[in-house]
Design a protein around this ligand. Structure first.
Ligand code: UN1
Length: 478
């Protein structure tokens, strides 16, 4: 057994029970053994972050810049190795894994720059002789809880702004994929962060997550994951009067109008629905198609899907890696049965496939003849499963797109400026894509949604300051 990877608490690597990290492309391949923090170790981590806060909150912009810059440089220099680790533990293809790693480096680079651009406002009061200053201050100890589907980018887009704005962190990566989170914390630790500024507590939600969520010393909590867990975190955070930022599910619509370039539309749907094995909260899962192009669109889609290569995430010709684990694959299969029972027509894929190694391989699935009332069109599946819903015209397409509990991303394929403009204004979503997939976003602009998809301020770009800082207004009579 390789040396287990440990948790980082107050600047020390601490041991504990370990769990194996298993490659979903080859279940005989153990990526490594990772320690699972106890409740007591998690409490120690919170205490360490609290103790480190006064000094780090007063660190200079240059100190913060130096650490974030060094992290960006090291992540980029190691992109192939870290991308491979990512693909090995999570199952997205090597190209996707390396791409996500580069994105993590870019995020650290962005916030390294932001650390040098911290600003406030100075303005006159309405009272004579009085000046007003508006500044942003760090919030305190930030709890960071991340999901398994973006093992390096999501930790990066929560940790980088937390540190940039002077907060200290207790970070729990997903139990299923601790490898990239561990690597990121190792990099930050060696980049020169003072002890206790970032603490790593890998392990179970019921132990580690619960301890973080219940602690009144955690002043802000940022979470990406499921709606039910998000709701519990929101309720507890309201009780503690703590800041909370939640990124949860999606049931993202992609509209294909009769005037669309169908090749562009098919590219968008193949990417948005099936790349990263459909395991993105931004994935397109409801494909809303105007009657006039419905059959032509389905023909092109099924032809493209027949050529999709599903296989080992690390194989160079793989386009779609495995599902992350057995329970997610079972959930995908359950929804395929539900779809059939509801009367939807499975026109492609959905079956498990075997490859040279034991893994969780599934062909992407496309349902036709769906209604927006079916469970497969309302509930997030989180796998490579998409439902095609036929509509008469643009107005019906928009109504169906907005008829959902979620509101993260919404896409449209059209060559009409009028429809594109109307859709951008009227789609009830945090992000709107015109002739682009619903998934795959820039790192320097706000990310987030509406309704059950998101709660609290936006992530990423300069908007991240809203969550990771608190505003102070100071008045001086001089
Ligand atoms: C993307 O589509 O590029 O968990 C990012 C998720 C999202 C990230 C999606 N928070 O899938």
């Amino acid at each position: 057994m390789s040396e287990p990877k440990l948790n980082l608490v107050g600047g020390d690597w601490v041991a504990g029970d370990t769990a194996p990290n298993i490659n979903p492309s080859d279940t005989s391949d153990i990526v490594g053994h990772y320690a699972r923090a106890s409740a007591a170790q998690t409490q120690d981590a919170i205490d360490a972050a609290k103790a480190a806060f006064p000094a780090w909150s007063r660190s200079t912009p240059l100190e913060r810049h130096a650490v974030l810059r060094a992290a960006a440089d090291e992540i980029l220099a190691r992109k192939d190795e870290l991308g491979r680790l990512l693909s090995r533990e999570e199952g997205k293809t090597l190209a996707e894994g390396v791409g996500e790693t580069v994105r993590a480096a870019q995020i650290f680079d962005f916030f390294a720059g932001e650390a040098l651009r911290l600003t406030g406002e100075v303005l006159p009061s309405i009272r004579p002789g009085v000046g007003v200053e508006i500044t942003r201050e760090p919030v305190g100890v930030v709890g960071v809880i991340t999901p398994w589907n973006f093992p390096i980018a999501i930790p990066a887009w929560k940790l980088a702004p937390a540190l940039c704005y002077g907060n200290t962190v207790v970070f729990k990566p997903a139990d299923l994929v601790p490898g990239c989170g561990w690597a990121l914390v190792d990099i930050l630790h060696r980049a020169g962060l003072p002890e206790g500024v970032v603490n790593l507590v890998m392990g179970r939600g019921s132990v580690v997550g619960q301890t973080i969520v219940d602690s009144p010393d955690v002043s802000a909590l940022t979470f990406t994951g499921s709606v039910p867990t998000g709701a519990v975190l929101a309720a507890k955070s309201a009780e503690l009067m703590r800041k909370v930022q939640l990124e949860m599910g999606g049931k993202n619509p992609f509209v294909v109008l009769a005037d669309a370039d169908l090749d562009v539309a098919v590219d968008c749907v193949i990417n948005g629905a099936f790349f990263s094995t459909g395991q993105r909260c931004t994935a397109s899962s409801r494909i809303i198609v105007e009657d006039a192009v419905h059959d032509a669109f389905l023909d092109k889609m099924t032809a493209r899907m027949a050529d999709l290569r599903v296989g080992d995430a690390l194989a160079p010709d793989t386009q779609i890696g495995p599902v992350v684990d057995e329970s997610q694959l079972a959930q995908n299969e359950k929804y395929i049965e539900i779809g059939k029972a509801e009367g939807a027509r499975l026109v492609a894929g959905g079956n498990r496939v075997s490859r040279e190694t034991e893994g969780y391989f599934q062909m992407p699935a496309l349902f036709a003849d769906c209604t927006n009332q079916m469970r497969i069109a309302r509930e997030e599946i989180f796998g490579p499963v998409a439902s095609v819903i036929a509509v008469r015209d643009y107005d019906e397409a928009l109504a169906v797109a907005n008829d959902t509990d979620f509101g993260l991303s919404a896409g449209i394929a059209t060559t009409s400026l009028k429809h594109a403009t109307h859709f951008k204004r009227n789609a009830e979503a945090g992000m709107v894509m015109v002739n682009l997939p619903t998934a795959g976003v820039d790192f320097h602009v706000p990310f987030g949604g509406r309704k059950a998809s998101s709660h609290g301020p936006r992530e990423q770009g300069r908007y991240a300051a809203e969550f990771f800082t608190t505003v102070k207004t100071a008045y001086t009579l001089a």
